[in-house]
Design a protein around this ligand. Sequence first.
Ligand code: ACO
Length: 428
Amino acid sequence: MADKQATLSYRDKSIDLPVLEGSVGPEVIDIRKLYAQTGAFTYDPGYKSTGSCESALTYIDGDEGILLHRGYPIGQLAEQSSFMEVSYLLLNGELPSKSQLDEFTHTISRHTMVHEQLATFYRGFRRDAHPMAIMCGVVGALSAFYHDSADISDPEQRKIASHRLVAKMPTIAAMAYKYSVGQPFLYPDNSLSYTGNFLRMTFGVPAEPYEVVPAVEKAMDRIFILHADHEQNASTSTVRLAGSSGANPFACIAAGIACLWGPAHGGANEAALNMLREIGTPDKIPHYIERAKDKNDPFRLMGFGHRVYKNYDPRATVMQQTVREVFDALKVNDPLFETALRLEELALKDDYFIEKKLFPNVDFYSGVILSAIGFPTTMFTALFALARTVGWVAQWNEMISDPAQVIGRPRQLYTGPTQRDYVPIDQR
Ligand code: ACO
């Protein structure tokens, strides 16, 4: 029995509910027996007060703007680590030794190719298909190719499926891009880093050698780190819910990709850059801020606000610094960055945004960087999916290994008609 209890009075009953404590963060009232004890459900659309699982992967304190992966602050990881190292950390719980990291990186590089027949899937799509449409379809289709890693009760098969997904995602995303521009697919080059290989598969052509620009490779790797995991967000919860039924890992990640696509979630990076382009010059900003505040106007500042962060998103801080590094390395200077900085400055002085605690999130500056590197806006969310895959598979593995997890099955507050008799069509 938990040491602490919360007492709930309901109708003529008073029941004690266990209070659980994590290593850090708010206490949690365990309501699992509530229905059995009272016959009542809780109501929490959007899960604003609901914890769906126990997790040791990522911790967020949204009021303080803190994000930790396995205890390590995101700023330190972004500054000093690599995406491969963060992937190892998320999947295994601890930072790797040098030899563990080398072995992990080697293993991932040996899974970068996709089955040759998978290329034919791409040809079924229109050339102007959104890369996320292709990603949903192709990643789901992996289930049909890798039967030897689809038995989720076998930890070894789960590990292989996890490695495959992390390794193949850059290849799949780069192929989606190549298909859209009508260029041939490039096979992976395992002599390059995870991120260097992705850049080459995306921007290289068979006719000439591709040179990876180290500053761009570093910036891209950092962007991947910033997107690697974010505890129980919408797409991760979707992956867990799909996985709770016993679905295979490829299908679960395809479900996560579908959820990520929405503009309130991963699709916000694309929407944020489109918004900056629409605003154009700093003199138009006040007009758009007024629109964002107008309840009768559906316009929102994209890349602003977050369900959990009620303070500056720590990933946005790193992202803003990275913009300058990329601009310096590529000797470009997109005026939209100035527009973004000015928009942030004006919004953060505005009472509406102050009162509602709306700050830039990870997506506010990422579009400016990705555009400078050469990605079209439609690829932005695909890059997010690529990087988030490691978080998804780590969360999925954690869920399958947790004996407390059962199929996810929320209940509802039913407001439809009560039972009534069927009326034949000629009597309606
Ligand atoms: N612009 C203007 N007003 C906003 C914005 C915004 N970007 N975000 C929230 N608000 C306002 C809402 O209108 C609401 O006002 P009200 O209380 O007067 O009704 C209040 O702030 C709270 O907003 P909710 O939508 O209720 O907050 P929620 O936690 O459900 O939503 C979300 C968070 C979806 C991220 C929201 O802030 C948003 O739509 N932002 C823009 C899209 C975006 O950038 N998404 C990326 C999120 S990060 C990620 O997924 C990687």
